[in-house]
Design a protein around this ligand. Structure first.
Ligand code: FAD
Ligand code: A2P
Length: 271
């Protein structure tokens, strides 16, 4: 009965393997998925880990990914780009329920509450997949315990690219626990830049022109009250940092909490 035992043999486990529990494709360039959570993994909402698949020569092919789920969730969620010729995502985009991915359980990152001084308003500023760490932080009770108002500014080229964030905000508003904490505090400000939608424009432009403050009836950013977390392309991060510094906010870190923190959403070509 060798044949039978071969057929029923369990799939060999990858090192640090976690099993995919769901996959959602949002556009031809974006998908999200959930995996089992290692029992020993502790992380702070907003941090990232290395995940991947086994590459050629049986060597793990790993990339940095923000954990999009909050620290209390039983599973881990990720929100991913699909790069057609990307070494990892050209394959990762085809994962299905029951497949295994590699997850190195060593969370790190600067987009954490500990890296900011206490404040009144917290601004999440993201482009593209840069919303992932804020998908975690928007579902984190601490966020609403620490701040009176939380403003999620998310900008993409097209409307369909906002859908993951939009559905997440809708779902958390309906959540019996987080919904109650976020009620009246969470303000969602999604904009597009290359397709018409109710709110438009780059985050940098909407901050410098004062449009977002006027639209939301909020005062201009003030380092005494406002805190910000930034996650986008390198070009976005550089430009938005200059805007925040213009308002008098200073960049903080885990070791020295100040008024804003930044993380790259990805490492661009040639950088
Ligand atoms: P790569 O060789 O890594 O990238 C190829 C090219 O694709 C890059 O040069 C860049 O131009 C482009 N690219 C890569 N990632 C993105 C992206 N997210 N958005 C737009 N263009 C991109 N990616 C995610 O999709 N979700 C995350 O939550 C996430 N978190 C990250 C956190 C950190 C701290 C860093 C440094 C990167 C993060 N990334 C995230 C990017 C991720 O590590 C990989 O680059 C991405 O998964 C593509 O891998 P790849 O091997 O297919 O292509
Ligand atoms: P735009 O369409 O005006 O370039 P990308 O897909 O290139 O990463 O861009 C994602 C979103 O971020 C787009 O809406 C884009 O606007 C915006 N963006 C890109 N670069 C910057 C920047 N340097 N400052 C502000 N917004 C930016």
């Amino acid at each position: 009965m060798i044949e039978a035992s071969v057929m029923t043999a369990a799939k060999p486990h990858l090192p640090d393997a976690q099993t995919v529990t769901s996959v959602t494709h949002w556009t031809d360039k974006l998908f999200s998925f959930r995996v089992t959570r290692p029992r020993t993994l502790r992380f702070r909402s907003g941090e990232f880990v290395m995940i991947g698949l086994m590459g050629e020569n049986d060597r793990p092919l790993l990339r940095a990914y923000s954990i999009a789920s909050p620290s209390w969730d039983d599973e881990l969620e990720f929100y991913s780009i699909k790069v057609p010729d990307g070494p990892l995502t050209s394959r990762l985009q085809h994962i299905g329920v029951g497949d295994e991915i590699i997850l190195r359980p060593k969370p790190v990152g600067t987009l954490v509450h500990d890296a900011l001084l206490p404040g009144k308003r917290l601004w999440f500023l993201a482009t593209g997949t840069g919303i992932a760490p804020f998908a975690s932080l928007m579902r984190e009770p601490d966020t609403y315990e620490k701040y009176d108002q939380v403003i999620m500014m998310h900008t993409c080229r097209e409307v369909a690219e906002l859908e993951y964030g939009r559905q997440l905000v809708d779902a958390l508003t309906d959540d019996p626990l987080i919904g109650q904490m976020a009620a009246g505090k969470l303000i969602y400000y999604p904009t597009t830049t290359r397709e018409a939608s109710p709110l438009m424009g780059r985050i940098t432009d909407n901050l410098t022109s004062g449009k977002v403050f006027a639209d939301l009836g909020l005062p201009t950013m003030d380092p005494a009250f406002d805190r910000a977390m930034v996650c986008g392309s390198l070009a976005f991060n550089v430009d938005v940092k200059a805007v925040l510094e213009g308002f008098g906010l200073r960049e903080g870190a885990n070791s020295e909490p100040l008024e804003y923190v930044v993380e790259k959403a990805f490492v661009g070509d040639g950088i």
